[in-house]
Design a protein around this ligand. Structure first.
Ligand code: EPZ
Length: 416
């Protein structure tokens, strides 16, 4: 089983290149199913979740021709409308194929994703609103069976701005008769990226960047070439790493505007940051505790909550972090406590007594962002920290050990 060994405390320097965003490319990969023309996606990050989605597309009959990190897709001869449990259980984002399969084939059989470490992860918002678009939904033996003779545009008001539901409904609207209006749509930058990708193929999505998306149905889509936006969550992880280790380092190849809520919070804590068009540079800063509440975009992103908790354990002063999006996203807390952090969970919040010196200890990854928090804390902990179950990390952080080594950290991936 792969482990990561991190020697701390570390001082970082130099530059780290951010990869294209996992959470932008996953729905974009599902959208490949919408067209029978060739589409090339460039610089696809080497991530477990990306590979899972590629496997799912190939199982459905999509041709994926790899040329390094560029992949050309040909979905002209789809042979299956099924997303199997084996694949869906490893990656919930497989549910994104529901909308495109209904648009292209009029039917879909997708395994219920089931819960994961951070929560039950229901899909009621996806299904309830697809039914308003003339889709018949049936749940049987752990599968969603969806069928339609033709998708009709509808006004759908989301009870919560679900990222995945917004993406599924957008893709269901691409060929639907008439107009689909999504109110209370999620506004994460990855949603904008999916809409921009679809429009680059000839779709008609408007209201991009707002909570009211309008999709005018078209007859078909063309082919094209596209690269997703830089991964703002990966970028936030490295920026926080630079601040935790009091380093002068540059995080580049992403749009800082996609992280303004995180950057504002960090600056409010005393972080010295240089913010450019496609980079952020950190400087050694003396930080104080903060109050963090996760919310849908443009609020503080839940995917940066664990990394923020790691930062708040090492800065002077007390902090309060409230997680409003997922019901069980504090799995990093007991592991950080093993490194010497003082964190008390009170319902959906954690109270952190900062300024505690961290010392190395064996810890275990539980979910993707919790794993990142452990790596960041290990960079500050005195001694050698062994981090187990790193496959969680490899789902969403491309070449993390190599990127940290390039920044001067002593990080090693070992197979024990
Ligand atoms: C996306 O998940 C991201 N994943 C998550 O990133 C991210 O944490 C989340 O959005 C919120 O920003 C991808 O984009 C692949 P949601 P998604 O639907 O679409 C409830 C990471 O670390 N809900 O916005 O599943 C749900 O239970 C991952 O990269 C319903 O109740 O998130 C949750 O409490 C983790 N019914 C909340 O909404 C539904 O039908 C947010 O879920 C759908 C969601």
């Amino acid at each position: 089983m792969d482990k990561i060994i991190v020697k701390g405390p570390a001082r970082l320097s130099g530059e780290v290149e951010i990869s294209p965003a996992k959470n932008a490319y996953l729905p974009i990969l599902a959208a490949i199913l919408l067209t029978d023309k060739k589409v090339t996606l460039t610089n696809l990050p080497k991530l477990r979740d990306i590979n899972t989605m590629l496997k799912l597309l190939e199982m459905m009959g999509v041709e994926c021709n790899r040329d390094g990190k560029n992949v050309t897709f040909d979905a002209s001869s789809l042979s299956s409308h099924e997303a199997t449990y084996e694949l869906v259980k490893t990656m919930r984002a497989s549910i994104f194929v529901l909308g495109p399969l209904l648009s292209r084939l009029g039917k879909a059989k997708v395994s219920l994703p089931g819960g994961c470490a951070i929560g039950t992860r229901p899909i009621d918002i996806h299904l309830d609103n697809l039914e308003k678009m003339n889709v018949k939904i049936e749940m049987k033996n752990g599968f969603v069976f969806a069928e339609t003779d033709h998708l009709t545009g509808a006004l759908v008001k989301l009870k919560f701005p679900s990222v995945g539901a917004t993406e599924n409904l957008m893709m269901a609207g691409v060929f639907a008769d008439g107009q689909t209006i999504i109110e209370n749509a999620a506004m994460e930058p990855e949603i904008d990226d999916l809409a921009n990708f679809l429009n680059s193929l000839g779709a008609k999505v408007s209201g991009i960047g707002t909570s009211r998306l309008v999709i005018d149905g078209v007859k078909e889509l063309n082919g094209g070439t596209y690269q997703a936006i830089g991964d703002r969550i990966e970028a936030a992880t490295y920026i926080i790493g630079g601040l935790m280790t009091k380093s002068e380092m540059t995080v580049k190849n992403f749009n800082p505007k996609h992280l303004f809520n995180v950057l504002e919070n960090l600056q409010g804590m005393g972080a010295k940051l240089e913010i450019g068009d496609n980079y952020v540079k950190t400087y050694p800063s003396s930080l104080k505790g903060s109050k963090v509440i996760t919310e849908p975009f443009p609020g503080f992103p839940t995917d940066v909550q664990a990394q923020m908790v790691a930062l708040l354990t090492v800065v002077e002063g007390n902090s309060l972090v409230t997680e409003n999006i997922f019901e069980n996203r504090f799995m990093h807390v007991p592991e950080l406590t093993r490194l010497g952090a003082s964190i008390e969970q009170l319902g959906s919040s954690v109270f952190i007594e900062g300024g505690r010196p961290l010392t190395a200890a064996p810890v275990m990854c539980t979910d993707l962002r919790a794993s990142a928090a452990l790596v960041l804390a290990a960079l500050c902990a005195y001694g050698e920290t062994k981090i187990d179950r790193v496959y969680h990390l490899q789902r969403g952080y491309e070449d993390l050990p190599e990127k940290l080594q390039k920044l001067g950290a002593h990080v090693e991936l070992v197979n024990e």
